[in-house]
Structure formats: structure tokens, C-alpha cells
Design a protein around this ligand. Structure first.
Ligand SMILES: Cc1cc2nc3c(=O)[nH]c(=O)nc-3n(C[C@H](O)[C@H](O)[C@H](O)COP(=O)(O)OP(=O)(O)OC[C@H]3O[C@@H](n4cnc5c(N)ncnc54)[C@H](O)[C@@H]3O)c2cc1C
Length: 470
């Protein structure tokens, strides 16, 4: 006999779990959200938000040294990384408190504790004081437990010298050398921060390119910008060994042809990826199917093979993105409340907050060609945008991929200022099955960066006004 009964239980209050709880509450479903550590999950506590606060600060700091040409002189600019961390913590506290408040305001109950399934409709929660509660869910259980950092045997995190993003977003000093193992999104975002804050950052990437899954055209711009600030990148190199001594580390790196060299580092940031938090949750015991990497397998309604058990967010697999988790949280709430809803991604944008930013949605040029599509490519460089010149961020371009015959919008890639915001217009275009003409014929305000999106579509059709057509 359970201690309590709810219609829905959500395990985990990250970007997948808390929106599910809020939406379930809004839909009148009696809901409990169980969280073991922090409201807002990885994203709010040591992921998206803290990293973006640091990125904004590092970019602002770097800007100060470049304002001379605008007639602005800033003398003796300095940065107090400890104070920067206090400011960042303030943002985190505000947002995580807001999550709890939103759940309450939408009539979803919350409970601190570690949850596991003991049957397909019952959860056992271990409370912070060690006590246990058994709670049943009459309509559904949503597993939204996220993912954790992958560690390499022999190079385990110690939280001091060998760190993950979790510690990297809270460093109170930026001195010496940082080796970043893995030139993916997190490695490049945080590597660029610490390079700008004064460290010497060396990125070691096993694959042929940093940000290897992204269109090389876009990546090249970021690579150039990172190197310009003094950063070093070794692609097709492997970290063989890390030896620690006196709070520092010697990182032994091997090239493709077997040559090795050592890098002395004050910090080693391990950024090689994430694995799902699906162990110890009682999932296998109740028969929930996992894939070979431990992700929970779900249907398009986000239900597992066990009726009434659902899963959302990082725990069900890539892309590991907060907005994907949130959309799934909203969908699963609709499903549990008995509405018709399902996952149907036409457009899943992704933003990389390097400097300049990269944002993509839909197919890249290579993916479109691989899919057998005949394409037209439009390109518009920020170097000819009046707005980009006025804000002094002219690096990068918009790349538009449209079907060569009917001009359907297939994909857009942006590298440049405010790419993470600009991409939403392209997402809407793809979501609405728009054609290049739809964006081209839409009047965009002047002078804005958004005009560059419009011009890029015009360019794909050979009708650009502010750049030469081929
Ligand atoms: C440095 C960094 C930067 C990032 N930047 C971005 C970005 O800019 N944009 C973006 O889209 N994504 C970004 N991400 C990824 C994003 O943080 C994740 O995709 C997102 O947090 C996934 O949400 P989730 O709800 O699935 O999981 P999580 O955020 O991991 O939340 C899971 C929650 O479940 C709780 N939990 C786990 N097990 C239990 C249990 N047994 N009982 C109770 N509670 C449990 C955890 O404590 C946690 O709060 C970033 C990640 C990192 C590390």
C-alpha cells in the first residue's frame, strides 16, 4: 500500500521534468515532481545558464580592449573572476527559485529525494534524512533524470585539477594553462571563455575537426576566432595519459602518426560527452527497454515499452539540448492528460555559444545532398551588413539551403553575431514548410541582422540586392 497517491509523478526537475510538471498542473493532473539535488537540473545549475553568463562576461571583457576605434577608451580594465562567479551564482539562484515557484503556482507538488521505480506505477523516494516514502501514480510516471559526464578510466575527475563543466563554470581564478579534452560544443564554449579571461587554452580533439558534426564552413570561422585570441587546437590528437603532481597535471598527447608530446596544465577540462542517468532507477527491474548506450527507448508519444512509464530529455538520447527536453516535457504532459500529442520534429535548432556564435536548423548542405536533394545555396556575409558593422561584429555569414526545384527551405546555418537568436526565423520557416520566397518577400526592419537572413534567401534565388549574385 503506497503512502501517497498522485495521478502523475515526474522524476527529475531539469528542463525536461519541470515543464512536464508545470504543464501537467495546468492541465489539471494531480502531479508530484521529485528532485534529488537541484531544481532546474544541469541546465540551470551548471549548464546552459551559468556557461552563458560566463560567456557574456568574457565577451564583454574582450570587447573593452577593442573599443578604441569607436573613440571609447577604457583604461586599466581588469576582471575579478571571483566576483564574476558571485554574479553568475545570483542568476542561478534567481532562476532555480523561479522553477520551484512556477511548479507551486501551477499546482504541482514537489518533493526533495531520490526516486526509483518499484513497480510500473509506484515510486519509492529516499528522503534527504534517509526516510522512505512509497508513492503511486494512477496515470503515468515520467523519467526525466538527465545525463552525466563520461569519464575516461585512468583520467577520472578529481574536481580540482581534472574537472568537468560542472567545476569549470565555477572556477574563481583564471590563471595558467587549461587543456580541454574534447573540442565539442561544451569544450569550445568554455575553452573560449577561459582563453578570454586570461588562461592559455589548448584544445585536444580526436576527430578531424572541432565541432565535428557541424558544417565545416561555419566551424572555420570559429576556429579562426579562437586562434586569434591565442587559443591552440590539436585535431586528430589523443590524450594518452594525465599525470598529476602538486596540484598540476602533465597531459601526454599523441598525434595520428604516433608522435607524443606533453602539455603542462593547471586545469584539465574533460569535455568528451555525456551518458544517460538510467541506472539504479529500477527501470530494468520493471522491464523498461534501454538501448545499447543506456538511453531509455520511447515511442513518439514518449512512452516506454512499459505502459504508463514515460521518459523525456537527455535520458532518451541526443540531441542533448535543453529546449528538446522542454518540448518533450510539454508533449508528455499532454499525452498523460489524454490529449492527442506526439513528437514530430521538423525543425530542431541548435545553438553553439562560441564567439562568433553558430546556430543551425534543418539539413546542412552535406546532409541535403546525402539525402539526394538537389539544392540551391544562398550566402550572405555579415561583413556587408550595416548593422553588423555598427555593432562591430562582422565575422561570419548566413548559409541557406533550399530545394533547387520548388525552393522549399531545407536548412539554415549561421555563424556570426546573435546567430542563436536569428536562427528562430529559420526554425519557423522550416516548421511551417515555407519556401525561400516566403522569407524573401517578408519585409525585415532596417538596419537589423535579420535582414541578412532575408538576403541569404534572396541570394539562394539569385535575387540578392546587397551582395553579388552568382
Ligand atoms: C556546460 C553545459 C552547457 C550547456 N549549454 C546548453 C545550451 O546552451 N543549450 C542547450 O539547449 N543545452 C545546453 N546544455 C545541455 C542541457 O543542460 C541539457 O540538455 C538539459 O539540462 C537536459 O535536461 P534534462 O531535464 O533531460 O536533464 P537534467 O538537466 O540533467 O535534469 C535531470 C534532473 O533529474 C534529477 N535526478 C536524476 N536522478 C534522479 C532521481 N533518481 N530522483 C530524483 N531526481 C533525479 C537530477 O538531479 C536533475 O536535476 C548544456 C550542458 C552543459 C553541461
Amino acid at each position: 500500500m503506497a503512502d501517497k497517491s498522485y495521478e502523475a509523478i515526474v522524476i527529475g526537475a531539469g528542463p525536461g521534468g519541470y515543464p512536464a510538471g508545470i504543464r501537467l498542473g495546468q492541465l489539471g493532473v494531480k502531479t508530484l515532481v521529485v528532485e534529488k539535488e537541484y531544481y532546474g537540473g544541469v541546465c540551470l545549475n551548471w549548464g546552459c545558464i551559468p556557461s552563458k553568463a560566463l560567456i557574456a562576461a568574457a565577451n564583454t571583457y574582450l570587447e573593452l580592449s577593442k573599443l578604441d576605434e569607436m573613440g571609447i577608451s577604457v583604461e586599466n580594465a581588469s576582471i575579478d573572476v571571483g566576483k564574476l562567479q558571485d554574479w553568475k551564482e545570483g542568476i542561478v539562484t534567481k532562476l532555480t527559485g523561479g522553477v520551484k515557484g512556477l511548479l507551486k503556482a501551477n499546482k504541482a507538488d514537489t518533493l526533495m529525494g531520490t526516486a526509483k521505480l518499484v513497480s510500473k506505477n509506484t515510486v519509492e523516494v529516499t528522503l534527504p534524512d534517509g526516510g522512505k516514502e512509497t508513492i503511486e501514480a494512477t496515470k503515468g510516471i515520467v523519467v526525466a533524470t538527465g545525463a552525466q559526464v563520461i569519464q575516461i578510466p585512468g583520467m577520472e575527475l578529481d574536481g580540482e585539477t581534472i574537472i568537468s563543466a560542472r567545476e569549470a563554470v565555477s572556477l574563481r581564478e583564471a590563471k595558467g594553462t587549461m587543456v580541454v579534452v574534447g573540442g565539442g560544443v561544451i569544450g569550445m564554449e568554455l575553452g573560449m571563455v577561459y582563453q578570454k579571461l586570461g588562461m592559455d587554452v589548448v584544445v585536444v580533439e580526436l576527430l578531424p575537426s572541432i565541432l565535428n558534426e557541424v558544417d565545416r564552413d561555419l566551424v572555420k570561422v570559429v576556429e579562426r576566432a579562437f586562434k586569434k585570441t591565442g587559443g591552440t587546437i590539436h585535431v586528430e590528437h589523443k590524450v594518452e595519459k594525465i599525470t598529476k603532481s602538486g596540484g598540476k597535471a602533465t597531459v601526454t598527447v599523441a598525434s595520428k602518426d604516433g608522435k607524443t608530446f606533453d602539455i603542462e596544465a593547471d586545469k584539465v577540462l574533460m569535455a568528451i560527452g555525456f551518458k544517460p542517468n538510467s541506472k539504479g532507477l529500477g527501470l530494468e527491474e520493471v522491464g523498461v527497454k534501454l538501448d545499447d548506450r543506456g538511453h531509455i527507448v520511447v515511442s513518439e508519444t514518449l512512452e516506454t515499452n512499459v505502459k504508463g512509464v514515460y521518459a523525456v530529455g537527455d535520458v532518451i538520447g541526443a540531441p542533448y539540448l535543453a529546449h528538446k527536453a522542454t518540448k518533450e516535457g510539454e508533449i508528455v504532459a499532454e499525452v498523460i492528460a489524454g490529449h492527442k500529442a506526439a513528437v514530430d520534429w521538423r525543425a530542431m535548432p541548435a545553438a553553439i555559444f562560441t564567439e562568433p556564435e553558430i546556430a543551425t536548423v534543418g539539413m546542412s548542405e552535406a546532409q541535403a545532398k546525402e539525402a539526394g536533394r538537389k539544392v540551391k545555396i544562398g550566402k550572405f556575409p555579415f561583413s556587408v551588413s550595416g548593422r553588423a558593422m555598427a555593432v562591430r561584429h562582422t565575422d561570419g555569414f548566413i548559409k541557406t539551403i533550399v530545394d533547387a526545384d520548388d525552393h522549399e527551405v531545407l536548412g539554415v546555418g549561421i555563424v556570426g553575431p546573435e546567430a542563436s537568436d536569428l536562427i528562430s526565423e529559420a526554425s519557423l520557416a522550416i516548421e511551417m514548410c515555407a519556401f525561400a520566397e516566403d522569407v524573401h518577400l517578408t519585409v525585415h526592419p532596417h538596419p537589423t541582422l535579420g535582414e541578412a537572413v532575408m538576403e541569404s534567401f534572396k541570394h539562394a534565388l539569385g535575387e540578392a540586392v546587397h551582395v553579388l549574385n552568382r
